[in-house]
Design a protein around this ligand. Sequence first.
Ligand SMILES: C[S@@+](CC[C@H](N)C(=O)[O-])C[C@H]1O[C@@H](n2cnc3c(N)ncnc32)[C@H](O)[C@@H]1O
Length: 220
Amino acid sequence: MQIEKLLQDNPSFHVWSDGSAANFGVSDRVVKYIYGKLKPGDVTLETGSGKSTFAFLLAGCKHTAIAPDPGEELRIRNYCSANQIVTDFTFIANSSAEVLPLLVNNIPALDFVFIDGAHRYPYAEIDYHFTEKKLRTGGYMVVDDIHLPSVRNLYVFLKNEKNWELDALIDKTAFFKKTGEEILINDWQNQGINRYFLVYSNMKAKAVGLIKSVLGMKRR
Ligand SMILES: C[S@@+](CC[C@H](N)C(=O)[O-])C[C@H]1O[C@@H](n2cnc3c(N)ncnc32)[C@H](O)[C@@H]1O
């Protein structure tokens, strides 16, 4: 099976800032879990590229990877041609923050999104924001490196929302399944992340109203 060979080879698709080879890839378990969720023909998108890209290529997805370093594309395509892997995918060599706002208007509905591009704040949230509307109900939104403070907010947010279900947490990667579109009430009030604040502010308003009415009664 080609995925086993890829994991054994463990090729380097990334570079450090001094140009030396690096491997910032997700764990083998995550590559296999992504692969297990995919079907041929699924429309998929990832921010970042590398080992994970092969889960999509080997599963026969219509895949787009977005990462600024064109060297990553070259190394992925070279590994593919050396291993007879079909390289029918789109690599966009740019920052996801530049690409996604334009791209989302021109792509079909997505079955699977993998967020593993820039990890500094607020990139994971930008990647989420521009892809979640395109993700079909039943599709997967997968966020890597949720241990980083700059990514963790997104994980906490999704865990609290009614239209996302945590399917699996593997190593540092969270797999969320979309169970429906977000239902907005007065902008922020239906979001799980605001639940306790809403209860607190309603109680506070009631208490203030009660105090005012008691004080008003005494003055009369
Ligand atoms: C942790 S690595 C991704 C590892 C990959 N998922 C794998 O399994 O090998 C981070 C990736 O984010 C990419 N990246 C860095 N800045 C980015 C940006 N602004 N937009 C999109 N991708 C970015 C890097 O080029 C790199 O491919």
